[in-house]
Design a protein around this ligand. Sequence first.
Ligand code: PLP
Length: 392
Amino acid sequence: MKPYSTPWYFGEFGGVNPSISDSSTYTFLTSQKMQDMFEGNADGCYLYSRHSSPSNIYLEKAMAKLELTEASQVFASGMGAISASIMQLCEKGSHIIASRTIYGGTYALMKNVLPNFGVNTSFVDITDVEAVEQSITVQTKIIYCETVSNPLLEVADLKKLGEIAKKHGLQLIVDNTFSPLSVRPAEFGASIVIHSLTKYINGSSDCLAGVVCASEEFCASLRDVNTGCAMLFGSTLDSFRAASIYKNINTLGVRMQKHSANALYLAEKLEEAGYRAIYPGLASHPDHSLMTEMIDPLIGYSGMLTLDVLNKENAYKLMEDMQAKELGLLAVSLGYHKTLFSAPANSTSSEIPVEEQEEMGMTDGLIRFSIGLDLTIEHTTEEILKSLKNIL
Ligand code: PLP
């Protein structure tokens, strides 16, 4: 593993945590310095918190270190990060190649909103790298995928996609929300790595945030006062939230280890009992060897698994039963200390039309689990198996 710890910043009075910047605007000692700032020639100064702030910079340094990129830019949500990055790279007529299994919000942005600005997307099976290459046109600017896709848990071959992107002069944008620290996509050729910090990285389901980890040049372009889509769309993270997320990153490594170990345990037991569990850590997963090549073994395969219980009625019954038994919460999102579950076909992926869901293999009996940090996963597993036996 490439060692990871949050950078060492101290508070102004020697506090073990850095001080929180509590200002929206900043003074300049001279008028000339303010002019220099607007002209992009005043490094080390702060202007206005939509542009940048000390607390956001601490989090950005931590995220760049975590994702092995030169720099990063934080946002008020994952969608803020995704939309700004795409708009920064595209113009009228641009084309995107995206995995057909991606988070429903990203899909809806590409399918329903971007075409209004002349930006069109081809959705492809990202595991078919030849199909990806064949879809490239002279207008293509971006190959977009998730390391582990939401919700089908397909794994993208980042090395091969990175090679294709490089060969054709494209940006490979990888949403790594499902597998922080487990996979670090920049190592394999991603030029831009995105996270919904709302999920594992913050880990306490108490706020929304996002980040783009990329080159210094790209992050600076997002912040540009005249042309930057972070600066001008205004999806800015508040300093207090940046400070709390920064502190939560300190426990990300141990949390990811436990999420992964618990998910692997449950997935194995479900499979042993004959249920249709999908988890990249299972040898039966079609992308198991690829994922094994990419993960950090110290962390594991992350905490997301799916279970197909054949139909919507079974799925709804099981989820309600598990919640009644306090095994987890019937809630969207992921990365919380408690297990969360939802049926994506009718919730987080409902933006995807039913015919397309069927084509990609998403049934309404599919339940997506974000496995929690239970100390007694054996008990949780036993209880889930009992509920399954009663329902199926
Ligand atoms: N990417 C993935 C994989 C997600 O699951 C989500 C939200 O669920 C997002 C991006 C969007 O993040 P946010 O809700 O922070 O805007």
